[in-house]
Design a protein around this ligand. Structure first.
Ligand code: BG6
Length: 481
């Protein structure tokens, strides 16, 4: 029922995530009339802020068009803000009173977004549970990573949350699950006979899932140094993509049927070992400009002798009938040569090639960003009188094919899903548990034995050892990247 009132509460409202992602997302959803009416918003943080000040902080990220001004005013009229401590019961009591006033005592449904450091998760969730839950409507809680830092701490957090909320109330965000091409993986695989029937070890040689960013820690060194690239990107975003690429067909598109299959395939993956990894850390590029001159260790918020990897590549194996022997190579890094997130499904060599070994492997490429695209690399005869051949693509670049489609930001889809109660694109606790099982031993080994990452220069492809390992794992580069 779209007339039920809703309240969206943002904890950490004065922080970075709130101003860069959450408030802008709420505005875009409001602007496009996608939110139920009425929906009110309430920020909460330690610092005292007026709505006006909050609005000024967020404004640079909101992308307001001149003709939207009236709507934009309307948006800010539905806001409240409360300052308070995260451990102070009395402040939560005051927050709850404020919510009731904002809702006009209407028993609104409530969504609580925790844009907070993990150190306060526990207190805040206890206070929400004891003081702020909706009295007659539903209450849902959105949380952001880090969900612990290894299997033990993550389980502790999961147990804590489970003692307060039902799994149906918990929305663990992995924003990669909100991206267009990640959501497309199910359709690509299960609505196309031709792909579905070749999606196995008989046909596929290897799978490479890459995440690259051309910038360094950008002021997040403090957070990053404690977690590193494996926890920041590989254990969550890349593993989520892997599970969608590799899982068996779910019995239906119901969220739990899908998540059951994701868990199942993760269970078939043995824990990663150090032998299967390449780790790197960027150093400054004296010829680079601005941030590129600085190495990771030059960041004042990073300790001088930090061994934290800013680049990592790991080769995972899936021990089941479909995938035995097919390497799944996950690769991610900061301060590399470009921004790109891409999945490359490389097919096997043509058996009995009659073209003197010149047939290159087919490859299905799913480009998540930038510029969503799906293309299939294949061989054709070069056009004209020649009988030579060349590699070309069947190319579905969204910018060309879907010129007028609006592709929402990942957060827009995900926050809307929370209003709708769809958990399809959120991480269930057993998925998280499996993800940590796969990564915890190697993370501990790296930390306990102080493995030194290989230095690579800001703005390059990362350590060459990674390309070498990729080649050893049945992925062919054909002399070009
Ligand atoms: C976040 C990581 O989860 O994802 C960041 O913490 C990273 O380090 C970001 O930059 C990348 O997200 P996107 O959507 O820009 O690819």
């Amino acid at each position: 029922d779209s007339h039920v009132p809703h309240t969206f509460v943002i904890f950490g409202a004065s922080g970075d995530l709130a101003k860069k992602k959450i408030y802008p997302t709420l505005w875009w959803l409001f602007r496009d009339n996608l939110l139920p009416k009425p929906t009110n918003f309430c920020g909460y943080a330690r610092s005292k802020l007026s709505i006006e000040e909050l609005r000024t902080k967020c404004h640079p990220y909101m992308k307001v068009q001149p003709h939207e001004q009236a709507k934009y005013e309307e948006f800010w009229q539905c806001h409240a803000y409360a300052a308070g401590g995260y451990d102070k019961r009395s402040d939560f009591v005051a927050l709850n009173e404020q919510l009731e006033r904002l809702e006009n005592h209407s028993n609104s449904n409530r969504i609580f977004y925790l844009a907070l450091p993990p150190s306060v998760f526990e207190q805040v969730t206890v206070n929400i549970k004891e003081i702020c839950l909706s009295q007659r409507g539903w209450s849902r809680v959105i949380i952001e990573k880090p969900f612990g830092r290894d299997d033990v701490t993550s389980k502790k957090l999961s147990d804590h949350l489970a003692s307060l909320f039902h799994e149906e109330q918990l929305y663990r965000i992995d924003h990669y699950l909100g991206k267009e091409m990640v959501q497309n993986l199910m359709t690509i695989r299960f609505a196309n006979k031709i792909l579905n029937s070749t999606w196995n070890r008989e046909n596929i040689a290897s799978v490479l899932i890459t995440f690259k960013e051309p910038f360094g820690t950008q002021g997040r060194g403090g957070y990053f140094d404690e977690f590193g690239i494996i926890r920041d990107v590989m254990q969550n975003h890349l593993l989520q993509i892997l599970s969608l690429v590799a899982m068996e067909k779910p019995t239906s598109c119901q969220p739990d049927d899908i998540r059951d299959e994701k868990v199942k395939v993760l269970k078939s993956i043995p824990a990663l070992t150090l032998d299967d990894m390449v780790l790197g850390q960027y150093v400054g590029n004296p010829e680079g400009e601005g941030e590129a001159r600085e190495g990771y260790l030059d960041d004042p918020t990073v300790s001088n002798d930090s061994n934290t990897p800013t680049f990592a590549q790991g080769v995972l194996r899936i021990n089941n009938e479909r995938w035995e022997g097919v390497p799944f190579i996950l690769r991610c890094g900061k301060a590399l040569n470009e921004r790109k997130a891409v999945v490359r499904i490389q097919y096997r060599d043509v058996p009995g090639d009659i073209f003197e070994g010149n047939s290159k492997r087919n490859e299905l490429v799913i480009r998540v960003q930038p510029g969503e695209a799906l293309y299939f690399k294949m061989m054709t005869k070069s056009p004209g009188i020649t009988f030579d051949m060349e590699e070309t693509e069947l190319d579905l670049t969204y910018e060309h094919r879907y010129k007028d489609s609006y592709l929402p930001d990942a957060y827009e889809r995900l926050i809307l899903d929370v209003f709708c109660g769809s958990q399809m694109h959120f991480v269930r606790s057993d998925e998280l548990h499996e993800a940590w099982r796969i990564f915890t031993p190697v993370l501990h080994e790296i930390e306990n034995t102080k493995v030194k990452p290989i230095p690579y220069v800001f703005g390059t492809r990362g350590p060459k050892e990674a390309d070498q390992k990729t080649s050893e794992n049945n992925f062919k580069y054909y002399g070009s990247y």
